[in-house]
Structures are given as structure tokens and as C-alpha cells.
Design a protein around this ligand. Structure first.
Ligand code: HEM
Length: 385
């Protein structure tokens, strides 16, 4: 999409697309402006005039989740888990995340080949979040199926109706999966996130079952696909600059900076949606109340007015004020966790394997146009053990 973004940034940085009936915003400054202004641009996209929700009751836990709420409800929901996701609390997980990464690598290293996505980038974040939430990590194949269906892009699908039906089915399954767990944790608290979310009472009132369910679904889905894509995208970027591998392996600060550049250059989340709550003028265009607005993070992160040589992958880039985790009050809750997981999993891979090379030319992209990543990424290497 990057050539298209470049053209749009110059030709039509804020434009209405008649076919999709949405506004597209391509530049860095405009994107930040939209995301910062939660009064004019709501996250509650179900309010958009173009949307018709198939079954409102069913989708309500997600519609009312933190991701889709505006202040003050958003602030209330965010307070519930904000402390748990701060860098300090997340940093304490490092030894355990390392153990998980090593176990996953143990299974493949001797072979001299693996699929970075299937064998490492996918299972790692799922295992971590499942353990934090307090659900069996063994159910991860189901989580993957559920996530894939929920992130599928209805508007770009050849057969939207089938996707909507599968999404309804998935939410029913997720509801059944979590409902009993939530009840159990309310009765007998455990030391896990579900208990925490279900029993905390910010401002003196507890979350409803539906609120807890929405949170669980979001944490299980939002964090995984995106982190999987970040780790896979990193290997794709490094594959273009194999001469960097030695330095990346030797210095964790270099690796951390390179991961920030991966986030900019191949942003796992390419686009975010908002709905205008009032008529707003943006770059001379009038966006009307009720209109849907898509901000293209993947384009903002390659805006030449913000980044020198934006279409070059420069791991040492500084400063690197990318907005791959969003901007404003919805700034990704899981950013410290995603960074930790990427640094540790890639760090351990580079410690334990050398001469890493991607082997397949064909790389099937993930099934959503809002996400950027590949479903499979086979590599070959020499194990250094
Ligand atoms: C929000 C990206 C990993 C949980 C967001 C947003 C972005 C984003 C762009 C802003 C959404 C908006 O403004 O509408 C990413 C990327 C990740 C990642 C690129 C990995 C590389 C994670 C992880 C978790 C997580 C690991 C949790 C375990 C959330 C939640 C929100 C969010 C709960 C909603 C926050 C709010 O509305 O206040 N993420 N994310 N994310 N992310 Fe992430």
C-alpha cells in the first residue's frame, strides 16, 4: 500500500472515498489531530451513518469496550488495568517471557529451519496473555481461529455476509467461553487479570459482565495478531539488511531501536477508524457529523514532512516519533508488553541462530487490510548450540 499512500499524501491528503463512503486521512499531522480530538472524532464507530450492525446485542460487549469508548467512560475503563500494563509491572514478566521464547525455540532450533510466524511470533503473545488473563494457554488454536475471524475486514471481503455470520458465531462462542469463567472468578478470586477486571470497582461501581467480557475478548484478540505481525515484520525488515544481524544480536539497545523502526516502517496496525460527532474542517475539507474517518497510521509513519527518507528502513533512526501504537487517550495499552515480547523473542532467536534467511518468496498477507503482516514466514539458519 506504500506507493498508494505516498501518492495520496501529496494528491489528496484528506479525501472522501465515494465507494467506501469514508474519509481517508494520510498525513502525520492530520492523523494526530484526529486521534487527539476525541470530542470531534469518536471511537464509537457504530454511530457512523454508514454502519448497520447485524445484531446489536451480540456485538455490544465489543462496541462498548475500551477501544470503542470515549471519555469519560473510556477513562473509567482504562483505570481498571492501567497499572497492570505499565512498563514496570510488565518488566517483571521478562524472565518468564524469555522462558517461553526459549521453549518455543527449543522445539525448532535443531532443525535449522522454522516458521517464524507459526512457531514463535504467533504462540508467544498468546501464551503470555492467556496466562495473564488466567485462561488455559492450551486453548490457543481456538483463540487463533477466533482472532482471525474477528479481525477479518468485512468491508474488503468478497462475501461480507458470510464473514458477518462467522463473526456472530465467534462472539457467541467467546461469550460461552468467558461467561462461566467470569462468574467463577467473582465467586472465588484468583491471582489473574480476569479476577482483577471482574472485581475492581473504579469510582465505586464494578464492571458489568458485559464490560468484563468485552475486555477479555479485546485483550485476547487485540494484542495477539498485532504482536505476531510485529515479530514477523521485523524478520522481513532484517532480511533486507542481513549485514545488520551481528550488531542486532550483540547489542540489545540496537535491537530495541530497530524494533521501533519496524513499527514505523511496517506498522502492524495500518489504519484506525473514527466517526465525526460534529462538522469539522480538516485541510480545507468539511467532514460532516456522522461521517466515518479512517486515519492511515501506515501512511503517517512514512510522511516525508516528519521522517527523512521515510521509505528507507533505518534501524538507527533517531528521533523516531512513529505513531504505530496510536496517539492520545487510546494509545495502546499493551505497548510495553508488545515491546518486551518483541525484544525478547527476537533477541533469543538472534542469540541462538545465525545466518538467518527467509526462504519463501510467496508470503501470504494477513486477511485484513487494516493490518500489515504475513501468515507464514519460513526461515533457514544455523543453530549456534
Ligand atoms: C490500542 C496497536 C499490542 C491491547 C491500540 C491502538 C493501536 C494499537 C494503534 C490504538 C487504537 C485506537 O486508537 O483506536 C498495537 C500494536 C501492537 C499492540 C501495533 C503490537 C505490536 C497490544 C497488546 C495488547 C494490546 C500486546 C494487550 C495485551 C490494546 C488495548 C487497546 C489498544 C486494550 C485499547 C486502548 C484504549 O482504547 O485505551 N493498540 N497494539 N495491544 N491495544 Fe494495542
Amino acid at each position: 500500500p506504500f506507493d498508494w499512500y505516498r501518492e495520496m499524501r501529496t494528491e489528496a491528503p484528506v479525501r472522501y472515498d465515494d465507494d467506501r463512503q469514508v474519509w481517508d486521512v494520510f498525513r502525520y499531522d492530520d492523523t494526530k489531530r484526529v486521534l487527539a480530538d476525541t470530542e470531534s472524532f469518536s471511537s464509537d464507530v457504530a454511530r457512523a451513518d454508514v454502519f448497520e450492525f447485524p445484531d446489536e446485542d451480540l456485538f455490544r460487549p465489543l462496541q462498548r469496550s475500551i477501544l470503542r469508548s470515549d471519555p469519560p467512560r473510556h477513562t473509567w475503563l482504562r483505570d481498571v488495568v492501567d497499572d497492570q500494563f505499565q512498563p514496570g509491572a510488565i518488566g517483571a514478566l521478562a524472565p518468564h517471557v524469555r522462558e517461553i521464547a526459549d521453549e518455543l525455540l527449543d522445539e525448532r532450533l535443531a532443525d535449522g529451519e522454522m516458521d517464524v510466524v507459526e512457531d514463535l511470533a504467533y504462540p508467544l503473545p498468546v501464551i503470555v496473555i492467556a496466562e495473564l488473563l488466567g485462561v488455559p494457554a492450551d486453548d490457543r488454536d481456538r483463540f487463533k481461529q477466533w482472532s482471525d475471524v474477528l479481525v477479518a475486514d468485512v468491508s474488503a471481503a468478497a462475501d461480507p455476509q458470510t464473514i458477518i455470520e462467522r463473526q456472530e458465531e465467534t462472539i457467541r462462542e467467546l461469550r460461552a467461553y468467558f461467561e462461566d469463567l467470569i462468574k467463577q472468578r467473582r465467586a472465588i478470586p484468583e491471582d489473574d487479570l480476569i479476577t482483577h477486571i471482574a472485581t475492581t470497582d473504579p469510582d465505586g461501581h464494578r464492571l458489568t459482565d458485559e464490560d468484563v467480557l468485552g475486555y477479555c475478548i479485546l485483550l485476547l484478540v487485540a494484542g495477539n495478531v498485532t504482536t505476531t505481525n510485529l515479530i514477523g515484520n521485523a524478520i522481513r525488515c532484517f532480511d533486507e539488511r542481513p549485514e545488520l544481524y551481528d550488531e542486532l544480536a550483540a547489542d540489545r539497545d540496537v535491537l530495541a531501536a530497530a524494533i521501533e523502526e519496524v513499527l514505523r516502517y511496517r506498522s502492524p496496525v495500518q489504519a484506525l477508524s473514527r466517526v465525526a460527532t460534529t462538522d469539522v474542517e480538516l485541510r480545507g475539507e468539511t467532514i460532516e457529523s456522522g461521517d466515518l474517518v479512517v486515519t492511515w497510521l501506515g501512511s503517517a509513519n512514512r510522511d516525508e514532512s516528519q521522517f527523512d527518507d521515510p521509505d528507507e528502513f533505518q534501524p538507527e533512526r533517531r528521533p523516531n516519533q512513529h505513531i504505530a501504537f496510536g496517539h492520545g487517550v487510546h494509545f495502546c495499552l499493551g505497548a510495553p508488553l508488545a515491546r518486551l515480547e518483541a525484544r525478547i523473542s527476537l533477541g533469543r532467536l538472534l542469540d541462538r541462530a545465525e545466518g538467518i534467511q527467509c526462504v519463501a518468496e510467496e508470503r501470504p498477507p494477513v486477511s485484513s487490510s487494516f493490518l500489515h503482516g504475513v501468515e507464514q514466514l519460513p526461515i533457514r539458519f544455523e543453530s549456534v548450540e
